[in-house]
Design a protein around this ligand. Structure first.
Ligand SMILES: C[S@@+](CC[C@H](N)C(=O)[O-])C[C@H]1O[C@@H](n2cnc3c(N)ncnc32)[C@H](O)[C@@H]1O
Length: 272
């Protein structure tokens, strides 16, 4: 029996794309992320969308970028056991469960109030994990978070839904609120946004994009407190060994060129 969920807007409904991607990954013989909970949540929700069929580009890409962002959070928390963790536009992701945050860490999943209601109906309570129902562009929501602890902030599949001025304001609010920290997200450059508009599998997402795409160096220009410390090209990461054969061969070829690899999914990590 499926759980009754609030009506979601098309923007909020994008959460099903990444949740489905992680659930599909889990069902593969050699998963990249192996997120059992994503599969459970998808089944429990009763969500069905015949347009969201398994494809390597969906499950591999979504699972791989989630794994890299998990690693950013895990490494930061290992160095800062008193950290605050934030998942911006968390959807139905359960990163705090996946990385098993220690009780010394407070973890905040931020998304629209309707999404938070859906989370509360589908995801078990976890001590020290908090859901904040807010629009990321609203300046008020950060006030509820501690301001005296280092923060690790991740955004998975979220930045294209913010216009450039909204993204800049959000970054500045985050780097002003916390004394220090790291911010990481998957970059949507001009090519990614162009490709989303032209690739039939992503055409339903593209009209929701507010960003026209940006370069990994742009956030340093937008907010001088930010320094790019790592730019991960997924094509060159060890998880490629788990890709299905045809995609793996293609990715190995793409990995030979950094410029070409930058056209695919990349993770930018900044320190402040
Ligand atoms: C593609 S989904 C990704 C969800 C999640 N990060 C994941 O990986 O499963 C994008 C999410 O960003 C949220 N989002 C987009 N713009 C937002 C905003 N201005 N404020 C709060 N949430 C936002 C949507 O509601 C949605 O849950």
């Amino acid at each position: 029996m499926s759980v009754a969920l609030p009506a979601l807007t098309p923007l909020q409904e994008t959460l099903w794309v990444s949740l489905t991607g992680r659930a599909f990954d889990r069902r593969q013989p050699r998963p990249i992320l192996g997120d059992e909970m994503a599969d459970e949540i998808l089944r429990k929700s009763g969500y069905r969308n015949p347009e969201l069929r398994w494809s390597p580009s969906l499950s591999v890409d979504v699972a791989h970028r989630a794994k890299k962002l998990d690693e950013v959070a895990e490494r930061f928390i290992a160095r800062h056991p008193d950290a605050v963790g934030i998942d911006l536009g968390a959807g139905l992701d359960t990163r705090a469960f996946r990385i098993d945050t220690p009780p010394t860490v407070d973890w905040y999943d931020v998304d629209f109030p309707e999404v938070v209601t859906a989370r509360q109906r589908l995801i078990p309570h976890r001590p020290h994990a908090h859901a904040i129902g807010a629009d990321l562009t609203d300046p008020g929501w950060l006030e509820a978070l501690p301001a005296d602890r280092p923060a690790v902030i991740v955004a998975d599949g979220v930045v294209p839904f913010l216009a450039e001025d909204e993204m800049i304001a959000l970054l500045k609010r985050l780097t002003s609120h916390f004394p220090s920290g790291e911010i990481a997200f998957n970059v949507y450059n001009k090519f990614t946004v162009w490709a989303a508009n032209h690739y039939s599998g992503a055409r339903f997402l593209a009209p929701l994009f507010k960003s026209r795409g940006f370069d990994r160096r742009d956030p340093e220009r937008w907010d001088p407190k930010l320094t790019l410390v790592r730019h991960v090209l997924l094509t060159r990461e060890p998880e490629v060994a788990r890709y299905p054969l045809a995609l793996r061969l293609w990715t190995r070829l793409a990995a030979l060129s950094a410029s070409f690899s930058r056209l695919g999914t990349t993770i930018a990590q900044y320190r402040f």
